[in-house]
Design a protein around this ligand. Structure first.
Ligand code: ATP
Length: 251
């Protein structure tokens, strides 16, 4: 007999669950027992200075490297046991460029649509859809080289959204942009979270990019120093100390 008000339904899995994840490059321990969740529909900031392990973490989640200890689940799908299902729900914007600079935006996106197995007939409308989401509809036939740095980043985000992922990973997405373009890209991603419900893991070393409503995971020397709501930063001594240590460690 189930008491009134309770149900047997299990809660839906988070967009991303990382549990006990470790990774070494030879003698270099890049990640140590890292655990955190990205809840559905949330913006989670992964904060860490250079070398903290953010890119290694992304490489493991995207299966660029095999994870041999710990687990990674994307919307409940184990990245190791069911990589196809996990990767289908994942969109990634890496630090390195993913678009061919000499091709037009349309040519680039058609190519990536084909890589994702999107049928040619569906690709056109899907490209229009993602370019509208990143405010680049008027650049469909522009060559990537003619776009500004901020527009190129937005185009990379459009590419990552082509297969309608539930989870978006962005690795230092504002790196190399001027102040205005940084703010535009960040506002765009926050809009995707708020309006399209895309769960997001935003890796950064810039504390100013974090809002009080965000959840924060602080990664330092491969380990999670602290995690929690950003608004608790001022009151939470552990988190405050972690931020301080992080700032002191920054180059
Ligand atoms: N392919 C590799 N071979 C050996 N060591 C590596 C390799 N990739 C990363 N590392 C090391 O692992 C640690 C974590 O690096 P990682 O690139 O993940 O950090 P990061 O937080 O993404 O920093 P950055 O923003 O500079 O890329 C560092 O000590 C780095 O030197």
């Amino acid at each position: 007999m189930i008491p009134a008000g309770l149900t047997t339904d299990t809660p839906p899995p988070p967009a991303l669950r990382v549990a006990g994840l470790s990774h070494a490059f030879g003698a270099v321990q890049a990640l140590r027992d890292v655990s955190f969740d990205v809840p559905r529909g949330r913006f989670v900031a992964l904060l860490g200075v250079n070398g903290a392990g953010k890119t290694t973490l992304f490489s493991l989640v995207t299966r660029l490297y095999d994870s041999t200890s710990g687990t990674i689940e994307v919307v409940g799908h184990d990245a190791r046991r069911a990589p196809g299902a996990a990767l289908a729900r994942l969109g990634v914007v890496f630090q390195s460029r993913a678009l061919d600079a000499d091709l037009t935006l349309r040519q680039n996106l058609l190519y990536h649509a084909a890589l994702h197995g999107i049928a040619p007939r569906q690709a056109g409308p899907r490209i229009d859809e993602v370019l509208a989401l990143v405010n680049l509809s008027d650049k469909l036939h522009a060559r990537v080289t003619t776009l500004s740095g901020g527009q190129q980043r937005r185009a990379e985000i459009a590419r990552a959204l082509l297969h309608r992922p539930e989870l978006l990973l962005l690795d230092e997405a504002t790196a190399g942009l001027d102040v205005r373009a940084r703010a535009d890209v960040l506002a765009l991603v926050r809009g995707l979270v708020a309006e399209a419900g895309v769960s997001t893991l935003w890796a950064t070393h810039v504390m100013e990019e974090i809002n009080p409503d965000d959840q924060v995971v602080i990664l330092h020397k491969g380990a999670v120093l602290a995690q929690g709501d950003a608004r608790d930063l001022a009151e939470n001594e552990d988190l405050g100390a972690a931020i301080l240590r992080l700032a002191e460690a920054a180059p």
